[in-house]
Design a protein around this ligand. Structure first.
Ligand SMILES: Nc1nc2c([nH]c(=O)n2[C@H]2C[C@H](O)[C@@H](COP(=O)(O)OP(=O)(O)OP(=O)(O)O)O2)c(=O)[nH]1
Ligand SMILES: [Mg+2]
Length: 331
């Protein structure tokens, strides 16, 4: 069937999807007393049959998302719920539709969940969620449940390496759990010295550390690697072992696809707002961020003029959270 929103024929699938108003889908993260998350298996004959999902469904016209989620969980699982905090909203584009997957925590529920539509249910330990085959828009949601919502990108040191290391320690003490070691214009010997100290601090704090743009240094220290976009474009295969973290800076959908194909664990996209480090760039804004987000399914941090106070907003645009230099350093 065609309708007034149908695009002219012959356009590539994502152009066709772009013409469409998003389908608003709400889904719930239901966690039991043992910390397990409830997944439901999509039934035969439904779209994406066989995949595991967070229970929920489409918001009907005139319905609030909260009311829609309560209705869906009553219909599908036979439970009465109190809808809690937002987890994230994932804009996602498929050849068939444009989706907004709006995921909320379920704060409390009454009754015992059962598959009232014949769907299988599974209570899954969070660290086992990746073993379940889920629709593409759920991958960032699983990452949001498991991985840090902010990532510190280090500023170069001024004259004093001790001061830089003390600032790093202070950031770790404030709860930073993922750090990108970025040292533009710093000579190799000094970078080596700073990195060996940073690696010790991060290791002691159980913090993930990725080296920006230097695969040799990352491998030497057994650390993760962050690829600037220009390096990402040159990679033919994953430049670090599968057990080391890999991330990339991306500015367009091609780069995001490349990052995904290379097996990057996450990407960084921006600048969302103008920043002193990229003064010529006006900032892409949240609308453009979403337009990129919806074409990829890996976790994406938003960067550019953002700090911890922006995490909730970033999540509402489909970001894993925020990455920042100034916003997370020496506050
Ligand atoms: N419920 C849910 N749907 C998801 C998830 N991830 C994801 O891509 N989707 C997609 C699958 C579908 O295209 C759409 C949800 O549609 P649905 O078929 O569950 O909708 P519904 O429960 O209202 O069922 P129906 O009455 O339309 O048949 O969102 C998820 O985690 N949970
Ligand atoms: Mg459903």
């Amino acid at each position: 069937m065609t309708d007034s929103t149908s695009p002219p024929p012959g356009l590539p699938p994502h152009s066709r999807g772009e013409e469409r108003k998003p389908t608003h889908v709400v889904a719930g993260v239901i966690v039991d007393a043992r910390g397990r998350v409830l997944l439901a298996r999509r039934t035969e004959g439904s779209e994406l049959a066989g995949l595991w999902e967070f229970p929920g469904g489409k918001v009907e016209p005139g319905e609030t998302p909260e009311a829609a989620l309560a209705r869906e969980l009553d219909e599908e699982l036979g439970i009465e719920v109190d809808v809690g905090a937002p987890v994230m909203v994932v804009p996602h584009l498929t050849p068939r539709r444009r989706l907004r997957l709006d995921v909320r925590r379920i704060q409390a529920w009454r009754g015992t969940p059962k598959g009232y539509e014949g769907q299988a249910l599974a209570w899954v330990q969070p660290d086992k969620l990746a073993r379940y085959d889920m629709p593409a828009p759920d991958l960032p949601v699983v990452a949001a449940l498991l991985q840090p919502d902010h990532c510190l990108v280090t500023p170069p040191p001024g004259g004093d390496d001790g001061e830089w290391l003390a600032s790093l320690e202070a950031a770790l003490a404030r709860g930073v759990r993922r750090v990108q070691f970025r040292m533009p214009g710093i000579d190799r010997a000094r970078r080596h010295h700073l990195l060996s100290n940073a690696a010790l601090s991060c290791d002691a704090a159980g913090v993930q550390l990725l080296v920006n743009g230097d695969a040799g240094l990352a491998c030497e220290f057994g650390l993760g690697l962050h690829l600037p976009a220009a390096q990402l474009r040159k990679q033919r295969q994953r430049p670090v072992p599968a057990d080391a973290l890999l991330s990339a800076s991306c500015h367009d959908a091609d780069e995001l696809r490349l990052a995904q194909a290379l097996g990057c664990d996450f990407a960084i996209v921006g600048p969302v707002h103008p920043t002193p480090t990229h003064p010529d760039h006006g900032g892409i804004g949240w609308a453009r961020f979403e337009a990129l987000r919806e074409q990829a399914s890996l976790p994406i941090y938003a960067i550019g003029g953002l700090g911890p106070d922006d995490i909730a907003e970033a999540r509402s645009h489909g970001a894993q959270g925020i990455a920042a230099i100034r916003g997370l350093w020496g506050r």
